[in-house]
Design a binder for this molecule. Structure first.
Ligand code: SF4
Length: 473
């Protein structure tokens, strides 16, 4: 059953959907669960990738912010930093914003070498009474893209009920029943739905979303998501200096923005790609700063879809010179198409770097963006499927090896490279007739198998690749 586009594109804070958004969501849910219990202390254990790269990915602060009652879609990133500074100074945690218990970030117990069976990103949260007896004991998994699941739950969840207002804006998830007009969980099923209905991929996705919310709500929700993407870029190009975390990585977006706005657009036939680079890097620099971003479908890969959307709105002649309503239509069609492709990756493989490496994050985002672009450029469903396939085929095997466990190197540049790859994949697909050798389903399955075979050193543990070959000083 397709995952809702509003679960794949949700508003959160950086730097990582699996290591920041998911843990915050889990912490908030646990805090609500124990709200009325006589809690005197809490115990937080992080396992696997959450423990090995949690410091650099902001996991410790995120889970504690969740325990304090913050939700990823509504938290003010600056207020969160202040709240964590107060916690460190006073050694007191206000559970769900109310009961106080003694706690500091150093109390979080890290188990980097222990992988719980269900997923490499696991956390155990316990609440105890004054006698030290467990009142609640829950294990959560953060499975990528901000989705979480408790031990006993078969199906992971994106936005939770606890996310409150923001969930209401986005609407409910697509139901798992026969009210969905075009159920699909593979590229073949999606193409069959298009053939049966005569609709483009975005039309099939819209019909499915319209089961739980009106078409105007879908449209305004997606335009709202795009607005958050644009605000993210606008904030980022005003920031200078270095990114946080200790690597002393200089922010480049502000300087590049200044340069590009001064340059003659006609001096270079590849000028458009400079802007694609800039938008992707601006989003990912904001993500690395812990700012507000849209998971698309993850935070680490959050720059690719906004960058390719920028290309659509600025450099696709049928869109750039169109009316506001037509430009909005293009944004909505792009995001619905990208979401339909993303839901296939989510259903049949993974969008989690900790599970399948960076091919699942940056590869999936590039594939989604290529599909969105191909559809806006007028591609048939088969050409759109081909674009999605090409973009993933040439990201297969991509490892996750962030230096210092920070979502900075190689992540920021990688988004820019992948956004350009997505543009190229869409253009290549549109030169063909949609008939091609490797199907999207075959490449999705190849990605899943490659991820399963990949050493855990290359799956968001910062224990291999660039993470061990580039000195941290
Ligand atoms: S290398 Fe890729 S998967 Fe790993 S943290 Fe960076 S963007 Fe995410």
């Amino acid at each position: 059953m397709p995952v809702s586009v509003f679960d794949l594109f949700s508003v959160g804070v950086g730097p990582s959907s699996s290591h920041t958004v998911g843990p915050m969501r889990a912490g908030a849910e646990f805090a609500a669960l124990v709200r009325d219990l006589p809690v005197a202390s809490v115990v937080v254990d992080l396992y696997g990738s959450l423990a090995s790269t949690g410091q650099g990915h902001g996991t410790l602060g995120a889970v504690v912010a969740g325990l304090m009652g913050s939700h990823p879609e509504t938290v003010d990133p600056d207020a969160m930093v202040l709240a964590l500074e107060t916690l460190e100074r006073d050694g007191v945690l206000r559970l769900d914003g109310r009961a106080t218990v003694p706690f500091r970030l150093a109390d979080i117990v890290l188990h980097p070498l222990t992988m719980l069976p269900r997923h490499p990103n696991a956390m155990r949260l316990r609440a105890r009474d004054a006698a030290g007896t467990d009142l609640a004991d829950e294990t959560y998994y953060s499975i990528g893209g901000g989705f979480i699941a408790r031990d006993e739950e078969a199906e992971p969840r994106g936005r939770t009920d606890a996310d409150g207002a923001s969930a209401a804006v986005a609407g409910a998830a697509i139901p798992v029943d026969d009210t969905v007009p075009y159920p699909f969980s593979s590229g073949a099923e999606l193409l069959a739905a298009c053939a049966r209905s005569g609709l483009p991929i975005s039309g099939v996705a819209l019909a499915n979303e319209a089961v739980t919310r009106s078409v105007p709500e879908v449209r305004s929700g997606l335009l709202g998501i795009h607005g958050v993407m644009e605000s993210c870029v606008e904030r980022s190009v005003l920031r200078g200096g270095c990114l946080p975390g200790g690597l002393d990585v200089r922010r480049r977006a502000a300087t590049w923005y200044e340069q590009l706005t001064r340059e003659d657009p006609d001096h270079d036939p590849l000028f458009a790609m400079e802007w694609v680079n800039l938008v992707a890097m601006a989003v990912n620099e904001e993500n690395a700063t812990g700012g507000r971003v849209v998971t698309a479908p993850t935070n680490g890969a959050a720059g690719i879809i906004p960058a390719v959307l920028y290309y659509v709105l600025t450099y696709v002649p049928t869109v750039s010179g169109a009316s506001t309503a037509e430009r909005d239509d293009a944004v909505v069609r792009f995001l619905l198409t990208a979401g339909a492709i993303g839901s296939i990756y989510k259903e049949r493989a993974s969008i989690s770097g900790a599970e399948v490496g960076c091919q699942g994050e940056v590869g999936s985002a590039a594939s989604m963006a290529a599909a969105g672009l191909a559809e806006v450029l007028g591609g048939t469903p088969e050409q759109v499927e081909n674009a999605a396939e090409i973009a993933m085929e040439h990201n297969l095997g991509l490892t996750c090896d962030p230096i210092g466990g920070l979502v900075q190197i190689p992540c920021i540049e990688r988004n820019a490279i992948a956004a350009n790859k997505a543009v190229n994949a869409a253009r290549m697909a549109l030169r063909g007739d949609g008939v091609h050798h490797v199907s999207l389903d075959q490449v999705v399955e190849t990605m899943r198998q490659t991820g399963a075979d990949m050493s855990s050193k290359y799956k968001e543990t910062a224990m291999g690749g660039l993470a061990v070959n580039v000195p941290l000083c």
